[in-house]
Design a protein. Structure first.
Lengths: 560, 148
């Protein structure tokens, strides 16, 4: 039986709680002070401590500090039961490993029992009584998603997340890397300047030599042995990309617990390459800077995995169980990933020309309205990230994909180039092994498209609200045999014989078409709901849902 | 609140320089009985005990005001804030929170109105026995220690 120690100076709180816990089958013991709690722990121990904060004499925080110093109780679960939501106290307690608190003023036993069930296991049947069952302490690294007390709990988790971000001992970027990023992002980038910076850092020099001698840059010449030769060999056109990638990988490439490092860098490299490609088509836009912004935009994700590993694992677990990612992030961190990113970025000490557009991007994403009000680089980042997700180079396949509205890219001048989704995939994957130094076998397996291409011919019906640059179109090109786009439902082809399925956005397809072909109707706009089993889905739609629809169509085609 | 208790409290508060009698009388005129308003079934059987303990809390408030013992007053208010909500008296939690906050800001004198309003609220709780409030002329050590 798990032993719960209730520490509260108020008998009128302590005694009912102890009585209720005993009635539920726990071995509950109450003490009125921190001093008595310490004496009790030394002699008898406890699995979970329910601790009041404000007590005369040794208060809750002092008790908690003493508990942590007590051998064998460094990781004992502590739940604060307090009348106070004093932020400083709660943050202090959080630093001492407390992840949960219950407010007395809205306390109900169910909240407490939910937590005890997680930390100490379920209670024994109430009829059973007896000795101390011992040591069912939950592992200190296990994350417990708080329950109940929604807004207060969320605020606490947010405070804890922010404090942990500000306390993280982030590896400083080597001076040479910062200088390299600065030089290579400048339109006046000079090869000799790059070589001079590289020579000062032996690790960067070694990496640059390896890249210059790799298959990607190899020539018939003899092996390249000096940095000057390497830089000249790679050339002005590529040097910014290589140098920025080497510097960033060298500083932040270590990954974190539970992080799919290959997938993360694959995504970052893809976004970098896409940004560079799009920037080249825009007059006055610095392609080198755009590449670095794309490459660095997901560093906050790597930081999150490195410095908040339990929370990252909890988010992944919830997402794996079907919770939408953003909801899982808010549940665990008290804020969305986009929100945390804004707080990680200043800590990375990137140059403001790199970090400002990324911050603007995440600010817009966190607000739920990706509109960038005249800022071109954040808008480009948004387009590139959406496109990378669409061509299955996202952080995960649960990320939604949709077309881009004209409003979202109204501040990007000119016409964006048409991209080949297959080429984009191959390009991003080819540099993975080069910059990330991942094993060849891993890189090879990354080449495989994670969702299959089906032999379905798709008619894709959208409308004039959407831009030509359409990530969903790119996704359909990879997932189906052929895609035909129709911009206006009034201009449908005269016959449907050339198609096997229709994917439409908010369109009012004629009933005759619906009778002929299976239809996936995608709904855009806030406040819409997809009716269950109606062939509807909300935008942005997860690619696996589109893939599942196409697989169904393929199955029915095979049956016919 | 009975006249004697109010007089005691007002006398104690007046020593701190506070002037609050008029507001208290108005509050009393508008007062209604306060009943337990929803409680966790696990604590239902303890509501009577909570109400029975309220006179002791009032005694501590009065005594700490008299002796201008800010720390004891703050702890007492803090304890009431937590426990009242747990036993289904959210108005008292709100009153105690307000008084505690004022005590933190400026000591007993600044919190006089809130303290009086809180005691008035507590005295309106159904089953509250104001005869059990300890007389003010007792030594502070005689005031029952409820462990707040």
């Amino acid at each position: 039986m798990s032993r719960i120690l209730v520490v509260d100076d108020m008998a009128m709180i302590r005694e009912p709680v102890v009585a209720a816990l005993k009635a539920k089958g726990y071995d509950a013991v109450g003490v009125p002070s921190g001093e008595e709690a310490m004496a009790y722990l030394e002699s008898a121990g406890a699995d979970v401590i329910l601790l009041d904060l404000v007590m005369p004499g040794m208060d809750g925080i002092a008790t908690l500090e003493a508990v942590r110093r007590l051998p064998g109780h460094e990781n004992t679960r502590v739940i604060l039961l307090t009348a106070s939501s004093d932020r400083e106290c709660i943050i202090h307690a959080a630093k001492l490993g407390v992840r949960d608190y219950l407010l007395k003023s809205c306390f109900i036993m169910k909240d407490l029992l939910d937590r005890l069930n997680k930390y100490a296991g379920p209670a024994a049947p109430p009829a059973v009584s007896g000795g101390h069952g011992g040591t069912s302490r939950a592992a200190a690294t296990e994350y417990a998603a708080p329950a109940g007390q929604d807004e207060k709990s969320r605020q606490l988790r947010r405070e804890v997340t922010l404090r942990r971000i500000s306390d993280a001992q982030i590896k400083a970027m080597p001076g040479a890397v910062g200088e390299l990023l600065s030089i290579t992002n400048s339109p006046r980038c000079d090869l000799s300047d790059v070589a001079a910076v590289l020579k000062r850092d032996p690790v960067l020099s070694m990496r640059m030599l390896r890249i210059a001698n790799s298959a990607a840059f190899a020539s018939a010449r003899a092996r390249i042995g000096t940095i000057d030769e390497a830089v000249r060999h790679i050339g002005l056109r590529e040097i910014h990309r290589v140098a920025a990638s080497v510097g960033i990988f060298e500083t932040f490439g270590g990954g974190g617990a539970g992080l799919d490092l290959l997938r993360t860098w694959q995504h970052s490299l893809a976004v970098g390459r896409l940004m560079e490609t799009l920037a080249k088509s825009i007059e006055g836009c610095e392609a080198g800077l755009a590449y670095t912004i794309g490459l660095c935009h997901d560093l906050p994700d790597i930081m999150l995995h490195q410095y908040l590993p339990e929370e990252s694992a909890a988010i992944n677990k919830l997402v794996g169980a079907g919770t939408p990612r953003r909801q899982a992030e808010v549940e665990v961190l008290g804020m969305s990933y986009a929100d945390t990113a804004k707080h990680w970025l200043p800590r990375l000490r990137l140059h403001s020309t790199i970090s400002n557009p990324i911050t603007a991007f995440f600010t817009a994403i966190a607000s739920g309205r990706p509109e960038f009000h005249g800022e071109m680089l954040p808008a480009l980042l948004h387009l590139s990230e959406s496109y990378a997700n669409a061509v299955m180079l996202g952080r995960c396949l649960q990320d939604g994909v949709g077309p881009i509205t004209k409003l979202e890219c109204h501040n990007i001048p000119g016409r964006l180039p048409a991209l080949d989704p297959q080429e984009v995939r191959q390009d991003a994957i080819s540099v993975l092994g080069l910059f990330g130094e991942f094993p060849a076998a891993d890189v090879k397996s990354a080449c495989d498209q994670p969702l299959p291409q089906s032999p379905v011919r798709v008619l894709y019906v959208r409308d004039g609200r959407f831009a030509d640059f359409d990530p969903l179109h790119a996704a359909l090109e990879l997932l189906s045999e052929r895609v035909t786009v129709v911009e206006d439902v009034r201009h449908l082809p005269p016959t449907m014989a050339a198609f096997d399925a229709v994917i439409e956005i908010d369109a009012q397809l004629p009933a005759s078409v619906r009778k002929q072909l299976p239809v996936l109707q995608l709904l855009s706009g806030e406040g819409k709901r997809a009716a269950p089993n109606s062939g509807q889905a909300l935008l942005p739609v997860p690619l696996k849902d589109v893939s599942a629809f196409l697989a169904q169509v393929e199955e029915s085609m095979a049956a016919v | 609140m009975n006249g004697q208790l109010r007089l005691q409290l007002e006398q104690a508060l007046s020593k701190t320089g506070a002037r609050v009698a008029v507001e208290t009388q108005v509050a009393e005129a508008d007062g209604e009985i306060i009943r337990c308003n929803g409680v966790d079934p696990d604590f239902l059987s303890h509501v009577d005990g909570f109400v029975a303990g309220l006179p002791q809390q009032v005694s501590r408030i009065v005594e700490s005001v008299r002796s201008q013992d800010v720390e004891t007053l703050r702890q007492t208010l803090h304890g009431i804030k937590g426990s009242a909500g747990m036993f289904g008296f959210p108005q008292i939690t709100a009153g105690a929170a307000s008084a505690e906050s004022r005590v933190k800001e400026g000591g007993v004198a600044l919190a006089a109105a809130e303290v009086l309003a809180l005691v008035e609220l507590i005295c309106r709780v159904e089953g509250f026995d104001d005869l059990k409030v300890a007389p003010i002329d007792r030594e502070s050590g005689d005031v029952p220690n409820t462990g707040c």
